[in-house]
Ligand binder design. Structure first.
Ligand SMILES: *Cc1c(COP(=O)(O)O)cnc(C)c1O
Length: 492
């Protein structure tokens, strides 16, 4: 159930051969397929696939057994090539081969919005809306009131305007696409002024200078890495300028002798030169997080009110929705963006819109948001809840791991992740596993990490300071039992 090598690996064939090595003759494939105990496999995987898997299994066993005889290895008397034993092997192989490569895991890394683990988890209202959109035709681009063709952006535009104070909105596949589309529409062949302190690389090959080139725009860097002044923007502005752009320092902070030009200072200059001002907010929250005891992160509304003509942000970071990129701002600029043929290439599908609408709707009740919006619920979870969980899970985990490891319940720090508030950390609690001082196995932590990953629901933690840290912030109450249930499989 746990460790499972590749379906056709020599190691697997070897293992099966040693189980089956008691006999030279293998049953004919049709006898395996017609056995009553094979019926459930055929019902689940189909006759074609089951037959093929049985043929491959028999061929592998035969060749391994022949090789053994040739090498003079005695055929073990313990093996079993009876049909029940072969069916058990077949069932295991078919199950492994049919398991989706995209699997649920436990995110105990301490990073709530973990890009490699799929970022925001969505609330049940969004899950239900997606399920319905999968089963039903939807009025994706069809106006029910008029019976005429509609625009998919209209399904969420009103809500976005209500929540951000912007004039218009459009939505694409992710924020990188939003930035690309915005630059390509408004700045192709022209200059975009950006401070040298804001030439961000987000990771996964999203870098402002590169995206600028791909959009056909010319980057006009101003200022220095640590200090940029208003006069730097003013001196660079001219007839060749299409945009002034600010980029949120999502995953780093410049501290010390620094100066950047904030929106209220830059906006009048852009207006004076009639150059649109665009802000890539990255995470882009829709509410003031301070009201929930979290650090302040600039909201989309504040950015619009601060004078930005356009704002781009992600749907699956702090907003807590599905992967998408949202552009809000001046109606004339949004209209231009929507006419760009690239919009058609970057548009979102019905599942994204189905998931996003109920998430945005939750923001109408900001007081209930920490209960309802999964991301906010996780971010505001009190450390005491994680401590109680750690204390409850410590004994069964220690029992499963045995004397080779020492498990502790300790405080630790979570982070928001995905470039939101990079320097702020949230007090949390979790399990810390260290290799026991006595009988220390070399690479004990590496082996442990591997064992946790081999569980049916892989557990992903973080190795640091000679310990494996399992931050329990993201282990919510209904996952807790499943986590505890599979601990027994860890025992060796
Ligand atoms: C995360 C981020 C992006 C990329 O957004 P995706 O939704 O991951 O495509 C772009 N800009 C900034 C500032 C970001 O933080």
């Amino acid at each position: 159930m746990s460790a499972k090598p590749e379906t056709t690996s020599p190691a697997r064939a070897e293992a099966h051969a040693s189980m089956a090595a008691g006999a030279i003759h293998l049953p004919a494939v049709h006898l395996i397929l017609s056995d009553a105990a094979c019926a459930p496999l055929i019902a689940e995987y189909g006759r074609v696939q089951t037959l093929e898997a049985a043929r491959v299994l028999l061929a592998e066993l035969r060749s391994v057994m022949l090789a053994r005889r040739r090498d003079g290895v005695p055929v073990a008397a313990t093996g079993d090539t009876g049909i029940p034993a072969l069916l058990a092997m077949l069932s295991e192989r078919l199950r492994d081969a049919n398991r989706s490569p995209l699997r649920p895991v436990f995110n105990l890394t301490g990073t709530v919005l973990h890009t490699n683990l799929g970022r925001a988890l969505l609330p049940d209202s969004a899950v239900q809306a997606v399920a319905e959109a999968l089963r039903w035709p939807m009025n994706l681009e069809w106006d029910i009131d008029t019976g005429k063709r509609g625009d998919r952006d209209n399904l969420i535009e009103d809500l976005l305007l209500e929540l951000t104070g912007a004039e218009a909105a459009t939505i694409v596949n992710n924020n990188a696409a939003a930035v690309l589309l915005m630059l390509n529409t408004l700045a192709q062949g022209k200059e975009v002024i950006v401070s040298r302190g804001e030439l961000v690389e987000i990771g996964g090959a999203f870098r402002i200078p590169d995206i600028m080139t791909r959009a056909g725009a010319v980057l006009r860097e101003v200022g220095s890495t640590n200090r940029t002044h208003l006069k730097d923007y003013a001196e660079a502005a001219g007839p060749q300028t299409a945009l002034m752009m600010k980029v949120h320092c999502s995953n780093y902070a410049i501290t010390g002798f620094t100066k950047s030009v904030e929106l209220p200072e830059l906006a009048p200059l852009s207006k004076q030169h009639h150059i649109p001002l665009t802000v890539d907010l990255g995470s882009g929250t829709l509410v003031d997080l301070e009201q929930y005891g979290l650090p302040h992160e600039t909201t989309v509304r504040e950015t619009i009110e601060g004078g930005a003509d356009l704002v781009t942000f992600s749907g699956d970071k702090l907003l807590g929705g599905p992967q998408c990129g949202i552009i809000v701002g001046r109606a004339d600029l949004i209209a231009q963006i929507k006419k760009n043929p690239l919009k058609r290439a970057l548009r979102v599908g019905k599942l994204t819109l189905a998931a996003l609408e109920p998430v945005l709707a939750l923001y109408r009740a900001p007081d209930l948001l920490p209960e309802r919006l999964t991301t906010l619920k996780l971010l505001t979870r009190p450390a005491a809840a994680m401590r109680e969980l750690a204390q409850a899970l410590l004994p069964p985990l220690q029992a499963a791991l045995g004397a080779g490891y020492e498990v502790g319940a300790e405080p630790m720090m979570s982070q928001i992740g995905s470039g939101a508030l990079p320097v702020d950390q949230l007090p949390s609690h979790g399990l810390v596993i260290r290799a026991a001082a006595t009988g220390r196995v070399s690479n004990a932590l590496g082996l442990l990490e591997q064992r946790l990953r081999a569980l049916p629901l892989p557990v992903i933690g973080r190795v640091a300071q000679d310990a494996l840290w399992l931050d329990l912030r993201c282990l919510d109450d209904h996952q807790r039992q499943r986590f505890a249930d599979q601990l027994a499989l860890l025992a060796v």
